[in-house]
Design a protein around this ligand. Structure first.
Ligand SMILES: Cc1ncc(COP(=O)(O)O)c(C=O)c1O
Length: 404
């Protein structure tokens, strides 16, 4: 491990939160403009945000929704996933990825991840049965999973793909942004959509919010209708010169639309996103350099064919070298006034998934070993260099104090 930085003594004076959004004056002015405009729900700003998001990602269609969870649910519903179907997803994800499958009466089939924390294509292949309908890969932490391998499997078995890109706005895989049309051109028969999150701790935020992208015009239309009560027309047009009072309900839809207030934030967050990512990557490099060669801290595995936008910077602790466990490590960080978190408790270890689907510890060993030793450090653009150094120093100090 490299020598410690010159920082003030730890603990810090103020608590360093694990994550914070960075909202600028442009966002605030745009929200105020929306509030003054008299149009606060889905309207012109949502349209603008969708169009700019399509340009950014390289997607033909973008649909703004109230959350990534709503986006995943809307996409799976429009793709016809339902009772009797199985949907394959990694266990190392947020519960939302699995919960939406359950909401549709389908069975979430949880599979293991590799040492890079990403869903293991071989585990997907091994989990396929005649009931498998879809794959939901998750781009963990803001690095893409192995999409070429996953899409080859999906195409071979006639499956649909809904990518959980909650962490991955701005992420690229082999030169293409996540959510772009490219894979649809490569696999024209395969139906697919990608859902992003703009939750408060994400690389860009609308408070709560999400976006679905797809190259599939028909799917885009179905999702748009489903996301707003199943009404055949955009509700917002009903109250403008462009619309009329008449609409028809063509499906029992949901209330998953985004408001113009949220979109006002999103428009400017999107413009600043590349700058945010640059800072995240810079701080991640500082962490990488500080922990290089450490026998206690293992830095995240990166792939050369994918950029990493570092929604999360998740280290692994070599517990064999420590006299304390991960939970105690977190407590020590907290005592030094540094926030941290764990991503994620594997879905199969949550009581609901054990009780209803029979999962237990031992089923997915790689994810379990990762879970026991993983720790997400603070990483966000409003951190100062001094904050980053404090985190490095605290980790190094705890590691050396509790070295076996
Ligand atoms: C992997 C993953 N999927 C889905 C979600 C749900 O996102 P949202 O809060 O926008 O519904 C999250 C949220 O943190 C997540 O981490």
């Amino acid at each position: 491990m490299q020598t410690m930085m010159q920082t003030e003594a730890l603990p810090r004076e103020n608590f360093l939160p694990f994550a914070l959004p960075l909202i600028g004056e442009e966002e605030i002015a745009e929200v105020v403009d929306t509030l003054r405009s008299g149009w606060v729900t889905t309207g012109p700003k949502v349209k603008r945000f969708e169009s700019e998001f399509s340009s950014y990602t390289g997607a033909s269609n973008s649909l703004a929704v109230s959350s990534c969870t709503a986006g995943l649910h809307t996409a799976l519903t429009a793709l016809g996933v339902g009772p009797g179907d199985e949907v394959i997803l990694p266990t190392l994800t947020f519960c939302a990825t699995a919960n939406v499958v359950v909401h549709l009466g389908a069975r979430p089939v949880l599979v293991d991840v590799g040492l890079d924390f990403q869903i293991d294509p071989a585990a997907i292949e091994a989990a396929i049965t005649p009931r498998t309908r879809a794959i939901m890969p998750v781009h963990y932490a803001g690095q893409a999973c192995d999409l070429d391998a996953i899409y080859a499997i999906a195409a071979q078995h006639g499956l649909t793909v809904v990518e959980d890109a909650a962490h991955a706005v701005g992420t690229t895989y082999r030169g293409t942004k996540i959510g772009a049309d490219r894979l649809s051109a490569q696999y024209p028969e395969l139906r697919r959509a990608t859902a992003f999150s703009f939750y408060a701790n994400k690389n860009m935020t609308t408070g709560e919010g999400g976006m679905i992208t797809t190259a599939d015009e028909e799917l885009a239309h179905e999702m748009r209708v489903l996301s707003l009560h199943g009404m055949s027309k955009d509700a917002w047009k009903r109250y403008t010169n462009a619309g009329s009072w008449f609409y028809e309900v063509v499906s029992a839809g949901y209330k998953n639309n985004m408001t113009d207030i949220a979109a006002a934030l999103g428009i400017h967050q999107l413009r600043r996103l590349n700058g945010f990512i640059q800072v995240r990557r810079h701080f991640a490099r500082l962490y990488d350099e500080a922990f290089a060669g450490s026998e206690v801290v293992q830095t995240p595995i990166k792939h050369d064919d994918r950029n990493h936008v570092y929604h999360l910077y998740a280290i692994r602790l070599n517990l064999e070298q420590l006299t304390i466990d991960r939970a105690a490590f977190i407590d020590q960080l907290s005592e030094m006034k540094i926030g941290s978190s764990v991503h994620f408790i594997p879905v199969h270890l949550h009581p609901f998934y054990g009780e209803h689907f029979g999962y237990q510890r031992g089923d997915l060993p790689c994810a379990e070993a990762i879970y026991d030793s993983i720790l997400s450090l603070p990483l966000y653009p409003s951190m100062s260099r001094r904050d980053v150094d404090d985190v490095i120093n605290a980790v190094q100090q705890i590691a050396s104090t509790h070295r076996r």
